[in-house]
Design a protein around this ligand. Structure first.
Ligand code: ARG
Length: 459
């Protein structure tokens, strides 16, 4: 096939180089954005009198037909037309003839690809933001049912203090809320229109960049032609946001995997969200959570891949940058795959409240509250800490919990302890006493949930 840039060449490209060089396999997914961008460019060229008005009209209707053809599966992209930009330009010229050859006036594939990628990622950011919004609603809807579901909170994966499952869920609400905000922020920097940067040094044609910007719904035009074609920080920033989302998903999945084990038995995944073993008949594995945790690795990898690809590239465009697409596309696809499945897994999971409560009661999770009890009776905290430490040691030796100790046993350690100790160190008191802002008390969590709902509505 004659190359669109073939004028200066005496030989055809080696077939192997065509295969090597071509990006159509993966950049064809930007066909809509490429066509939208070309329509805006052609319309501007006509409006500015840079190309004849009739040519501009023909180009626009040709491009619209090509869009339909692609969507109806009538188009086969060609490897030797290299990428989506030249494939569409070739389809256009084949369809409308001479006028099609005027489309690329005042434009380079360098600013074209920067435009297409920005447009593509803007659409994806919107989709992922919607999914995050559903994730936030999912967390809140489950949290609402569990403001009384007491469970152990952990540090170092050792039982620490009692909390509620609602409080735990709302911790993830905060994380995914920040993820949502981070994406909105990343969107601002992606929402910049690079067309008009040309190959690297702009163009001598009187392009109306602001017009193209408005036509395509961008908020601003890029301010430096070199930067417009040679940076991919918007993609890297997105990969970073996506990595953080995956990190949050992965941490929760890790907890769910632990909690599904016989040893914890705090939750049970629905049959529809678990798989069995080909050899061990008893097995029910939390594969979905494991796979989300596993897929986190590839998204992190894409972030590192993008950073590394970009780190040594002199300005402006270099072909290395064609390597930006597969990683960012896969990172986007992976997050879009994980978020809905994660939500459904949560929604269908059984929460074993009794086991959670039982877990909270063991492991001396009320020891801090026992110390606080003494402090409230006038003892300095450090002394109270030591006394309760001794009480815990004693209880372990008797194979008892603090609640099992008799008042006489308590009094051996401090005469300040009275009958009201039992209420002070009950699981409910431990949780509901922590009613400061951000705490796990039922009323505090209910207030956090109400605030969360308002936030979701505001999105
Ligand atoms: N397929 C190329 C890419 O993805 C398009 C830009 C090519 N520009 C060039 N001067 N070779 O980066």
């Amino acid at each position: 096939m004659e190359k669109l840039w073939g004028g200066r060449f005496q030989k055809n490209t080696d077939k192997k180089v065509d295969d090597f060089n071509s990006s159509i396999r993966f950049d064809k997914r930007m066909y809509k954005q490429d066509i939208r961008g070309s329509i805006a460019h052609a319309s501007m060229l006509g409006k500015q009198g840079i190309i004849p008005w009739e040519d501009s009209e023909k180009i626009i209707s040709g491009l619209k037909e090509i869009l339909c053809d692609i969507e109806n599966g009538k188009v086969e992209f060609l490897i030797d037309a290299e990428d989506i930009h030249m494939n569409i330009e070739k389809l256009l010229t084949d369809k409308i003839g001479e006028s099609g050859k005027r489309l690329h006036t005042g434009r380079s594939r360098n600013d074209q690809v920067a435009l297409d990628l920005r447009m593509y990622l803007l659409d994806e950011i919107d989709e992922i933001s919607e999914m995050l919004k559903s994730t936030l609603s999912t967390l809140v809807s489950i949290a609402e049912k569990h403001t009384d579901t007491i469970m152990p909170g952990y540090t170092h994966l050792q039982k620490a203090q009692p909390i509620t499952f609602a409080h735990h869920l709302m911790a993830y609400f905060e994380m995914f809320k920040r993820d949502f905000d981070r994406l909105s922020d990343c969107k601002k920097r992606t929402d910049v229109m690079p067309l008009g940067s040309g190959a690297l040094a702009g163009t001598t044609y009187p392009l109306d960049r602001e017009y193209v910007c408005r036509e395509l719904g961008f908020s601003a035009v890029s301010m430096n032609s070199l930067d417009g074609v040679s940076d991919r920080d918007f993609a890297i920033e997105l990969a970073s946001c996506l990595s953080i989302i995956m990190m949050h998903l992965s941490r929760f999945c890790e907890e769910l995997i632990l909690w599904s084990s016989h040893e914890f038995s705090f939750v049970e995944m629905d049959d529809a969200y678990s798989t069995g073993s080909s050899i061990m008949p008893q097995k029910k594995n939390p594969d979905v959570a494991e796979l989300i945790r596993g897929k986190t690795g590839r998204v992190y990898g894409h972030l590192m891949g993008l950073l590394t690809t970009m780190k040594g590239i002199p300005l402006a465009y270099n072909k290395d940058m064609q390597e930006d697409k597969e990683p960012i596309f896969d990172a986007v696809d992976t997050v879009k795959l994980c978020l809905p499945v994660f939500c459904n897994m949560l929604l269908t999971m059984t929460v074993k409240k009794d086991n959670m409560l039982h877990g909270a009661k063991g492991g001396f999770t009320n020891a801090t509250d026992a110390a606080d009890y003494l402090v409230k009776k006038g003892m300095p905290f450090r002394d109270a800490h030591t006394i309760v430490g001794k009480l815990v040691f004693y209880a372990i030796s008797k194979d008892k919990t603090l609640d099992d100790l008799t008042l006489a046993e308590f009094k051996e350690f401090s005469s300040l302890i009275e009958d009201d100790i039992y209420d002070a160190i009950s699981m409910t008191s431990c949780v509901n006493g922590r009613n400061i802002i951000g705490g796990p008390a039922k009323d505090t969590v209910l207030a956090a949930i109400a605030k969360a709902k308002l936030y979701i509505e505001s999105l």
